[in-house]
Every structure is written in structure tokens, then in C-alpha cells.
Design a protein around this ligand. Structure first.
Ligand code: ATR
Length: 276
């Protein structure tokens, strides 16, 4: 019988995950289908019970359910527990196990640009859910120097204070971050500023970014945000959000099937979808 997979969120129509996973199932000749399911917040618990009842094999979780889903799962992976958010669920013999592949997907993608992360000085722009997954994943891999710049500095302070890993971190205002941007080897933009259709938005001035800095923006629509364009003009080595999107999906696919898929093919397929 065909195995069922899904992504739950609200809204969900924009999600690229169904195309990505159905492409993989068909390429690897796996008898499975991946459905987008719109689940409103008030029905989350019922939806999870329903998915379990029909024997779903696994599913992804997107906004606004990544944290709210936790009480309805049977078990949590330790990193997902630390991050406080789940984006991937595996059904293991009727028990729903929650994982977070967002942060680890980001780190896998970043390693395409820079293999050795230890000893590097990192600045994260933003202090929301995506920043949290990336911050804790980098820290869990031994990156020990990570500052956070955010519009609301208290959110950066609170993120730093909850990190269980050994890491040296400062919280900065955006303008403090912009002033000392030349101190960093890697700068990671995690806010939604610059995402389609607000193409002219820019959360952080690239004026002090030094040549050779790795600058990553987790946005993949558009493929090049205004921030990346400005950073490129300063000689930065830039990366868009496609890697993170593809690797979080590849790691989810691996948890469901035991097979790590061809990420180059996934990137090509996604680029075609995005008109890149
Ligand atoms: P996500 O889960 O996608 O990371 P989030 O938790 O709502 O979303 O976090 C959004 C991030 O974008 C935050 O860092 C937010 O800054 P604040 O903590 O000050 O709200 C940042 N952000 C959103 N809109 C912004 C804006 N107009 N200018 C600067 N930062 C903004």
C-alpha cells in the first residue's frame, strides 16, 4: 500500500515541500505520496490524532505549528527539545517522534561554502524561531563565537540566555551589528525582510561587511535578496536559502526512508520551480 506523508501548516498552499518530496519518491521509485494539509490552530490536536489513526508514515510541520505540536507527540529528539520546535515527525510503530532538521539542514548547507566551522566568528541577524534553530545547531556542533543582532535586543538576550551549549555570545542592536560587521567570518540573515513580494526590504546594512565574508540569507524567494546583492558588492561569498530548504528536506527524507537523497538534483529541481 502507498505510504502517506504530509506537511501541515496554515497557510500551506505556498509550500514547495510537496513538489520536492514527490519528486524524490518518484525518482527513487518509492510507493509513497506527500500531501499539503491545511490545519488550523484550533484543530491541531485533532489533526495529529487523525494522522496517527490513519497510520501516516511521517510528516513535516510548518508555521504556525512548530512549537505547538510538541505536547501531542510521543517522543522528542534531544536537539528538537532544546530548540523547542519540530519540523519533522516520524511514525515509528505507531509512536510519533519529533525532530528538527531546520538548524542541522542549515549547517549542512553552510558546509558547502565553508567546511571548517570551528574557530569562526559568526553573526546571526534576527532572534526568532529560525535564528533559534540555527544558533543552537551551530553551538551544538562546537561553534563557540556567535553574536546575535536583533531589532528587539531583549529577544536576542533571551535567546542567548537559554542556550545550553558552551558558547560566547553578545546581543547587539542592528546598528551595533552593522558597525562591527567586519569582525565576522560568517553572517547569517534569518528575518523575513526582503522576502517576496517585499523585494526592496533590507534588514541590515552591508556597508561594513568585509570582502571574503560568508553571507547567508535563509530566504529563497527571491533567490537573491537585496541584502545578498549588497553583500556581494562588498566582495562577500553569498549563499541563499535554497541550501537550507533542500537540506532540511533531505534530512527529513533520510529519517523517513533511511536514504540520504541526491541534494544536487533537489537543488536543480527547486531552481527550476523558482525560475532561477
Ligand atoms: P521566524 O520563526 O520565521 O524566525 P519570528 O519568530 O516571528 O519568525 O521572528 C522574526 C524575526 O524577524 C525576529 O528577529 C524579528 O525581530 P523582532 O524580534 O524585533 O520582532 C525580525 N523582524 C521582523 N520584522 C522586522 C523588521 N521590520 N525589521 C527588523 N527585524 C524584523
Amino acid at each position: 500500500m502507498e505510504n502517506l506523508f504530509a506537511v501541515i501548516g496554515d497557510p500551506i498552499a505556498h509550500s514547495m515541500s510537496p513538489i520536492m518530496h514527490n519528486d524524490l519518491f518518484s525518482f527513487y521509485k518509492i510507493d509513497a505520496h506527500y500531501h499539503p494539509l491545511r490545519v488550523q490552530q484550533e484543530y491541531l490536536e485533532d489533526a495529529i490524532k487523525g494522522l496517527k489513526a490513519i497510520g501516516i508514515s511521517g510528516f513535516n510541520v510548518t508555521a504556525p505549528h512548530k512549537t505547538a505540536i510538541i505536547p501531542f507527540l510521543d517522543q522528542l529528539d534531544p536537539l528538537a527539545k532544546t530548540i523547542g520546535a519540530v519540523n519533522t515527525v516520524v511514525n515509528e510503530n505507531g509512536r510519533l517522534i519529533g525532530y528538527n532538521t531546520d538548524g542541522s539542514g542549515f549547517v549542512r548547507g553552510l558546509r558547502e561554502k565553508i567546511v571548517e566551522l570551528l574557530g569562526k566568528k559568526v553573526l546571526i541577524i534576527g532572534a526568532g524561531g529560525a535564528a533559534r534553530a540555527i544558533y543552537f545547531s551551530l553551538a551544538s556542533e562546537g561553534v563557540s563565537d556567535i553574536d546575535i543582532a536583533n531589532r528587539t535586543i531583549e529577544r536576542a538576550e533571551s535567546l542567548i540566555s537559554t542556550c545550553p551549549f558552551s558558547v560566547r555570545s553578545r546581543s547587539l542592536t542592528m546598528s551595533e551589528g552593522e558597525e562591527c560587521a567586519n569582525d565576522y567570518n560568517i553572517i547569517i540573515q534569518t528575518t523575513s525582510i526582503g522576502m517576496s513580494p517585499q523585494l526592496e526590504g533590507i534588514p541590515f546594512s552591508a556597508k561594513n561587511i568585509k570582502s571574503g565574508t560568508i553571507v547567508s540569507d535563509i530566504i529563497y524567494n527571491p533567490l537573491e535578496t537585496k541584502f545578498l546583492r549588497e553583500a556581494k558588492k562588498k566582495g562577500a561569498i553569498v549563499q541563499n536559502g535554497l541550501q537550507m530548504f533542500v537540506y532540511q528536506g533531505a534530512l527529513a527524507f533520510e529519517k523517513w526512508t533511511g536514504m540520504f537523497p541526491d541534494t544536487e538534483m533537489m537543488k536543480r529541481n527547486m531552481m527550476n520551480q523558482l525560475g532561477g
